[in-house]
Ligand binder design. Structure first.
Ligand SMILES: Cc1cc2nc3c(=O)[nH]c(=O)nc-3n(C[C@H](O)[C@H](O)[C@H](O)COP(=O)(O)OP(=O)(O)OC[C@H]3O[C@@H](n4cnc5c(N)ncnc54)[C@H](O)[C@@H]3O)c2cc1C
Length: 379
């Protein structure tokens, strides 16, 4: 049997939250092992809108999205059949594909001394009372191995680890997500450049924005009920969205899909925020393991980075996972509740978007109310 790897901190999952935490701990001189199940960075179901709040958190980790090809997003447009309202953000946001961003963070983690294992899947995690250590069973597809750590951090995103499922569900659990890239002509790029367009339709909503090069990201969520209608799938959903939005139909006219098939994700626990009992003996949960905000807010990545940063700060100051979970619940609970209430309302009644036509500032208010807390200590 292979002797177990061991380290002070054991991080399961190398998305934004896992890599961000690994970098922070390694920079503080701690020994860190991180396991990520994918061998290479993958496309992920994500609108790829990097909110203004996420940018200082990335810069602190030594990541500069502009150098990676990110595009500036200065405004949002709310769209049903046509554009209802347009609002400029208080500070610029960016857009960047997750494949590029996640790779950059993992590379950075390696650079600062994290022991990164890609292509390793964590299969279980146990705590030994006698040694007061955590032990993860991981597989590289051929062999089973063990890694031990004084502390364990769960950063596996929306999907949990056997034995460590979230105690409760989200508050909006009936949405399915799809993402597709489209190659845009220079004229189409010019019309969309600088904007993230939020397109509302009965049963769901979609975000459309340019990412790197000539590539536009269309990321949609729709209720399972809508999708279960006869013949439903990506093609019929796209057709349905185009029938409900002349604006989207014009945007996509003549563009070319860039993926063989769309990426899809179901069982998204929107609105989840540590709403179960706080477990005393638990790995630290960060990123989507701690809180899942509905995607229209475009702040999920900022929450992943913020929870990673805050976990590192509290861990290094001697606090426990339970202390951290209590703080996160306090900071995010009402924001997530409000965000998923809005998400439920607009999927049920997209005509509510007309309120923003009368009072465009409502859009800005909603944007602010679903942000990472202002009080977030990012230093
Ligand atoms: C439809 C949709 C659109 C979104 N749009 C936006 C947006 O525009 N802007 C924004 O800020 N946020 C957006 N989000 C939210 C954002 O994508 C997430 O909040 C963010 O990715 C969370 O980061 P994370 O590190 O917690 O999880 P992830 O990025 O999912 O990373 C988890 C990692 O863990 C790995 N993993 C999983 N299980 C295991 C295992 N057993 N062993 C080892 N590794 C494992 C996975 O491979 C993955 O790399 C959107 C979400 C959805 C669903």
């Amino acid at each position: 049997m292979i002797a177990p790897l061991s380290s002070e901190a054991l991080i399961l999952g190398g998305g934004l939250a896992g890599s961000a935490l690994a970098i922070a701990l390694a920079e503080a001189g701690r020994s860190v092992v991180l396991v990520e199940k994918n061998k290479e960075a993958q496309h992920k179901v994500c609108g790829e809108f990097l909110s203004p709040e996420s940018l200082p958190l990335l810069h602190r980790l030594g990541i500069c999205p502009d150098y990676l090809g990110a595009q500036t997003i200065h405004s949002t447009r709310l769209v049903t059949r046509e554009v209802l309202a347009e609002v400029r953000f208080p500070a610029p946001a960016l857009s960047l594909t997750r494949r590029v961003l996640d790779e950059a963070l993992l590379q950075r983690a390696r650079q600062v001394g994290v022991n990164v294992h890609r292509g390793w899947t964590a299969e279980r995690l146990d705590h030994s009372e006698s040694s007061n250590h955590w032990r993860a069973q991981v597989s590289d597809g051929c062999e089973l191995m063990f890694i031990e750590g004084e502390s364990a951090f769960l950063a596996t995103g929306k999907h949990g680890l056997r034995g460590w499922a979230r105690a409760t569900k989200g508050t909006q659990n009936n949405l399915v997500a799809f993402k597709m890239y489209f190659a845009f002509s220079p004229e189409q790029q010019k019309q969309l450049a600088g904007y993230v367009e939020l397109i509302l339709f009965p049963g769901g909503y979609a975000g459309l924005q340019m990412v790197e090069g000539r590539c536009a990201n269309l990321c949609a969520v729709v209720t399972k009920e809508k999708l279960q209608q006869p013949g439903a799938g990506w093609d019929s959903l796209l057709d349905y969205m185009l029938r409900h939005s002349d604006h989207l139909a014009r945007r996509l006219n003549g563009s070319v899909p860039m993926l063989e098939r769309p990426l899809a994700l179901s069982a998204i626990p929107y609105g989840y925020c540590m709403n179960g009992p706080i477990e005393i003996l638990s790995p630290w949960r960060i990123g989507d393991q701690a809180a899942v905000i509905p995607s229209f807010s475009g702040d999920g990545m900022a929450i992943a980075l913020y929870t990673a940063r805050r976990a590192a700060q509290l861990y290094l100051s001697g606090y426990s996972a339970a202390d951290f979970h209590r703080e996160i619940r306090k900071q995010f609970h009402s924001r997530l509740y409000f965000g998923s209430l809005l998400s439920r309302l607009v999927t049920a009644m997209p005509s509510l978007g007309y309120v923003a036509r009368i009072w465009p500032s409502v859009l800005l208010g909603i944007f602010s109310a679903t942000r990472v807390p202002d009080t977030a200590p990012v230093s």
